[in-house]
Design a protein around this ligand. Structure first.
Ligand code: ADP
Ligand code: AMP
Length: 215
């Protein structure tokens, strides 16, 4: 099953992808997670990416295209993949089409999680993250013990790009550079819209209904 989860920052892509990856046993490929791991490890890529990420800008296409090519050619993608946060521009989508043709794993569907701007701001400003990859929300999905990850017991933190000013910039960048991909994949007949406003398990069920058609 070859799926891209699409939607604005805060739509719930990471939350859903984590569960979907377990359910369908396909790797969750989050370019944001890969970039943050590089920032944490202070790699050359991480140092370059951080400048853009902290400002709510997109990391340049050539960097992302190289990164996704390397990741998609790893052996765990043999059974399929679940993309989260890639592609975010038309050049990234064009490059993805070429890479997927080379490895003979074309997309089955692009699942667009739709959430209002007002709700996105609430979700992003209340998000609390853990270095193990788990993420919580102060009100909508709080951890059992305040400030502590249920999964690994580490302290939770607020992402540098989840402050109010950067959130607004990220939403503006989404509208300008990423949203045009809705028409792009609509024209390819791959786009499926999902209402992302409901509870996590409701959205999960709706996405499974789409993915089950591609098993
Ligand atoms: P994305 O990966 O699309 O940026 P996340 O999955 O990190 O978004 O979700 C953003 C925030 O919203 C997190 O704090 C998450 O716990 C919360 N969240 C995700 N899905 C829902 C939902 N259906 N209802 C309420 N809060 C949600
Ligand atoms: P995310 O975790 O998906 O919210 O991504 C966090 C940040 O990483 C984004 O605001 C960008 O700066 C960067 N990023 C992640 N994926 C991409 C991508 N496909 N293209 C460009 N920048 C990206």
């Amino acid at each position: 099953m070859n799926i891209a989860l699409f939607g604005p920052p805060g739509a719930g892509k990471g939350t859903q992808a984590k569960e979907l990856s377990k359910h369908y046993k396909i790797p969750h490929i989050s370019t944001g997670d890969i970039l943050r791991a590089n920032v944490r490890d202070a790699t050359e890529l991480g140092l370059k990416a951080k400048e853009y990420m902290d400002k709510g800008e997109l990391v340049p296409d050539d960097v992302l295209i190289g990164l996704i090519r390397n990741r998609l050619t790893e052996p765990d993608c043999e059974m399929g993949y679940l993309l989260d946060g890639y592609p975010r521009t038309i050049p990234q989508a064009d490059a993805l089409t070429d890479i997927l043709a080379e490895i003979n794993k074309p997309l089955d569907a692009v699942i667009n999680i739709e959430v209002s701007d007002e709700e996105l701001v609430k979700r992003l400003s209340g998000r609390r993250s853990c270095s193990c990859g788990e993420s919580y929300h102060l009100m909508f999905n709080p951890p059992e013990k305040e400030g502590v990850c249920d999964a690994c017991g580490s302290g939770l933190y607020q992402r540098d790009d989840d402050g109010e000013e950067v959130i607004l910039q990220r939403l503006a960048v989404y509208n300008e550079k990423t949203k045009p991909l809705i028409d792009y994949y609509g024209n390819e007949g791959l786009l499926v819209n999902i209402n992302g406003a409901g509870a996590v398990d409701e959205v999960f069920r709706d996405i499974c209904n789409v993915m089950d058609q591609h098993k």
